[in-house]
Design a protein around this ligand. Structure first.
Ligand code: NAP
Length: 320
């Protein structure tokens, strides 16, 4: 079906374009000398967008330029860079890649918990800098006897909880709803959860509803022995408040995979010794990224074949 035209605004994993080009007419916008001119030329015939990068928004301005748009297939489970509400209201399906990345992202949440609490990168730097012969590395905080509070006990949050239980941590959670069949204590607000736990792990979606859900009051409630871990989206944390809390000892440490303005992390955060910082690598293994790429293409080709989307977002107009 070479006549089905698909817009790919920025590059993604090569296998996405390779598989799609066998079935559809793919417009690789990043290859155009003049993006604006190319977009204007192809806009009347584009029926799908492949979204591969959270820093390249698929907003109402872009989608409204494409009168034949039917589907946006996104790489990743979080789709706060896509205006899914607008898409839903205008009959456009948005698909994402839930489920296939949970375990790798949960691994990184636990890695950040251990690294921030036990100061693993700092201890490693101590050895590399040749400082060990002049004295043992300092004692650190421990996971023993601690409670992990999970803000957003969804697919990834539950995978984090399973791992944390194996470390002997107690689990508590907050979400908009208390979940049936979940025995972990539920807290109705982020502040109540922060007061009840020692390690606060953020695993809820980004977007306007959760913007700065972890602010200076939540950080104060977490307390001076508290550790914040964020593997969700930078927008959930008031980064200015976090920098102040880390600097002033309001909390003990933070382990972060995500930031408000990616691909940049604030220099003030980079300068802090009690922050462990990763460059958004939660799902970044060959295994999981291949599974995500396949699910993006499978969603799009299922649509092209008239079988509907495989993993639509809740805002989608699609009904099975
Ligand atoms: P999910 O299964 O939909 O779980 C999201 C959880 O957040 C649910 O338990 C939900 O519970 C809760 N939640 C939703 N809105 C909320 C709100 N306004 N306030 C409080 N809690 C709220 O999603 P998932 O697949 O686990 O993914 C979670 C997020 O992780 C994604 O959206 C993505 O941004 C991020 N992520 C990051 C990486 C990375 O590389 N670092 C990789 C993958 C995903 P209720 O419905 O009860 O509120």
């Amino acid at each position: 079906m070479a006549s089905f035209e698909v817009l790919m605004p920025v590059p993604g994993m090569p296998e996405i374009a390779d598989r799609l080009e066998r079935r559809v007419k793919l417009h690789k916008l990043w290859e155009a000398a003049d993006r604006e001119e190319r977009l204007a030329a192809i806009a009347p015939n584009v029926r799908a967008i492949v979204s591969t990068w959270v820093s390249a928004p698929v907003d109402a301005t872009l989608m409204s330029r494409l009168p034949k748009l039917e589907i946006v297939a996104s790489f990743g489970v979080g789709y706060d860079h896509i205006d899914a509400a607008w898409a839903g209201q205008h009959g456009v399906v948005v698909t994402h890649t839930p489920g296939v990345l949970d375990e790798d992202v949960a691994d990184i949440a636990i890695a950040l918990t251990l690294a921030a609490t036990r100061r693993l990168p700092q201890a490693e730097r101590y050895l590399r800098e040749g400082r060990w012969p002049s004295g043992a590395y300092r004692l650190t905080a421990s996971l023993r006897g601690r409670t992990m509070g999970i803000l957003g006990l969804g697919r990834i949050g539950a995978a984090i909880a399973r791992r944390a239980e194996a470390f002997g941590l107690k689990i508590a959670y907050h979400g908009r709803h208390k979940q049936d069949g979940v025995a972990y204590p539920y807290y109705e607000t982020p502040i109540a959860l922060a007061e009840a736990c020692d390690i606060l792990v953020i695993a809820a979606p980004g977007g306007p509803a959760t913007r700065h859900i972890v602010d200076s009051r939540v950080l104060a409630a977490l307390g001076a022995d508290g550790v914040l871990v964020n593997i969700a989206r930078g927008s959930l944390v008031d980064e200015r408040a976090l920098i102040a809390a880390l600097r002033d000892g309001v909390i003990l440490a933070a382990g972060l995979d995500v930031y408000e303005k990616e691909p940049n992390a604030p220099t003030e955060l980079i300068a802090l010794d009690n922050a462990v910082l990763l460059p958004h690598v939660g799902s970044a293994t060959r295994h999981t990224r291949a599974a995500m790429a396949n699910l993006v293409v499978d969603n799009l080709l299922s649509w092209v074949d008239g079988k509907g989307p495989l993993t639509p977002t809740p805002e989608t107009p699609w009904r099975r």
